[in-house]
Design a protein around this ligand. Structure first.
Ligand SMILES: Nc1ncnc2c1ncn2[C@@H]1O[C@H](COP(=O)(O)OP(=O)(O)O)[C@@H](O)[C@H]1O
Ligand SMILES: [Mg+2]
Length: 259
């Protein structure tokens, strides 16, 4: 067992209102699994992902990650665990706009206090792995969406974490770039990396070996979910309408959109 969430609740407080977002989540994932998380917008997927990634803490419940009892860890320990165990990939890449691809990839090694030479060598190797050896000195603005996401994957994997967490990694990409990303995930999976990815796309989810659903803060495994929700999920707006909506959301949140 690589990670185990037990009776996890997450409740946000908004003014005097309590907003229950995750309700009694129980989930175990073994090392090497490839898991997709699906579910309607606002159902709590990113909240769950942030808890799994030790970015956020649950309101209640216990979380065991590779032997660490996460709720007992201090913030500084959590940063170290995160840096060593987990790589993150986001829908809008979250690259530093003024740094080259190479420097972006090396960032997690800098936090891990690796030497300059080792950092450069390993970052180069990671960029080769994602087929971007000819783009090492390019800045994010000089790269396509698909290339930016591949830089982000190289960065996520540079410390050789056991777990790759991806929150809608293909959500902002065209079909072909999305396929390239899935191909890299597949290779990582073959090499034993544990992958947990959120996606809206049934096609992308089918690349994973296990699908779970979050609906209204509750977790369902496989085809266990209430039928009407699974059906409505298939009827989500066509790709382009959804991208438009997400693109406008990104403008407000993305760090690199101004670049
Ligand atoms: N920091 C926060 N404060 C209050 N409510 C939040 C916060 N973050 C998320 N929420 C709420 O929690 C719910 C789930 O959000 P999220 O996990 O981002 O959903 P998903 O990723 O499935 O679209 C939403 O209703 C959202 O408004
Ligand atoms: Mg989300």
């Amino acid at each position: 067992m690589l990670l185990e969430l037990k009776n996890i609740y997450k409740t946000y407080i908004q003014g005097s209102m309590e907003i229950p977002v995750l309700k009694d989540i129980n989930l175990s994932i073994d090392e090497g699994e490839y898991v997709a998380i699906m579910g309607p917008s606002g159902s709590g997927k990113s909240t769950l992902m942030n808890i799994i990634g030790c970015i956020d803490k649950p309101t209640e419940g216990t979380y065991l990650l590779d032997g660490y009892e996460i709720e007992k860890c201090k913030d500084r320990e959590l940063s170290a665990i995160r840096n060593k165990e987990i790589g993150f990939v986001f829908q809008n890449f979250n690259l530093l706009p003024r740094q080259s691809a190479l420097d972006n990839v090396g960032l997690p090694m800098q936090y891990a206090k690796a030497g300059k030479k080792e950092r450069r060598e390993r970052s180069l190797k990671m960029l080769e792995m994602v087929d971007l050896a000819d783009r090492v000195n390019f800045k994010p603005t000089q790269l396509s969406g698909g290339q930016k996401q591949r830089v982000a994957i190289a960065r996520a994997m540079v410390n050789q974490p056991k777990i790759l967490l991806a929150d809608e990694p293909t959500g902002a990409l065209d079909t072909k770039s999305g396929e390239q990303v899935m191909q890299i995930f597949d290779e990582l999976h073959q090499n034993g990396v544990t992958i947990i990815m959120i996606t809206h796309s049934p096609e992308i989810a089918s690349c994973a070996k296990r699908v779970i659903r979050i609906i209204d803060g509750e977790l369902y495994e496989g085809t266990d979910a209430p039928k009407k929700h699974v059906a409505s999920e298939q009827e989500t707006p066509a790709e382009d309408t959804r991208e438009e909506k997400e693109a406008s959301e990104e403008e407000q949140t993305s760090e690199d959109s101004e670049a």
